[in-house]
Design a protein around this ligand. Sequence first.
Ligand SMILES: Cc1ncc(COP(=O)(O)O)c(C=O)c1O
Length: 334
Amino acid sequence: MKFEFPARGEWARLPTPIEKLERLSTDLGLNLWIKRDDQTGFEWNGNKIRKLEFLAKDALLKGATCLVTCGGVQSNHCRATAALAAKLGLRCVLILRGQAPEKIRSNHLLDQLFGAEIFYVTPEQYYEGMEDFRLLIDGQIRAQGGKTYFIPEGGTGALGCFGYAQAFRELEEQRKEKGLPAFDSIVVAHGSGGTQAGLVLGQLLDEETETKIVGVNVCYEEKESFRLVKEALWSAIQQHHLPLAFMAQDIRILPGFRGRGYALSAPEELSFLRKVAREEGLLLDPVYTGKALRGLYETAKQRPDFFGKNVLFIHTGGGFGLFQLEDEWKEVVS
Ligand SMILES: Cc1ncc(COP(=O)(O)O)c(C=O)c1O
């Protein structure tokens, strides 16, 4: 379907490469490619910048002077927002869930290097009082003559969805240019759901492809993950008056790979990161992409037909999270 996307800033390094993972492909008996969205730019590497290209552009068009967003203390999304705000000469306020950590490292260190102003809130305040915090910050910034623009967690929402609808267009163009076969499945890590929702939106707009888009839920339970994708997709379709319909089967969640829980690592997960680093020279992150690619790998081993023969995994970044762990690595790399 011909549809002009909303205005977008061009800040990410695009298109990101598509590469074949040779040894994993042989191991699994399929063609496994990876789209390197971990290379969208060092400072804002990962999937969030694609959503921010739409959101921050909207903020600029509305005359905002300060980006406000929220997430966990080690949020990749918050770090990417802080980096982009600095690049654009905007203020950035982060509402972080949790206490100020004793050690300043990884994304949380970078938030501060980029000059973000940080509020730490308890999980109760985060989940129940976010609106109050937003109003408080908004009032303070307005009193100083500024204007805020609020970006939801993970950049997920009606506008943020276009980040991966655009990525879907990009990867289809690349695939055709390179003469690659149609992808039977595209697999991605699922957190706040906006990346998966955007890919499904891209596919609905494309009309030509029949790719299965699969999200590996590493953050929330399966039902909640399904709901998040459905809501983001629905709001994008409604707010942009798109004549598109989707069905429950368009939202595929692959459960069983959250392990001990969000941002918690188990030895078998870190061993998988090591295997991929050694066999493919590729770094995954322990919170999202490591669990998601492991989900793909284990599932393809047990059910060889599950993803089809031609599979694309999207590396959504998060590499700074490798430096968040300490003792967990000792047995894995010694
Ligand atoms: C590195 C990384 N990969 C994947 C995701 C999941 O993306 P989404 O929140 O759009 O589901 C996130 C963020 O949550 C992330 O930081």
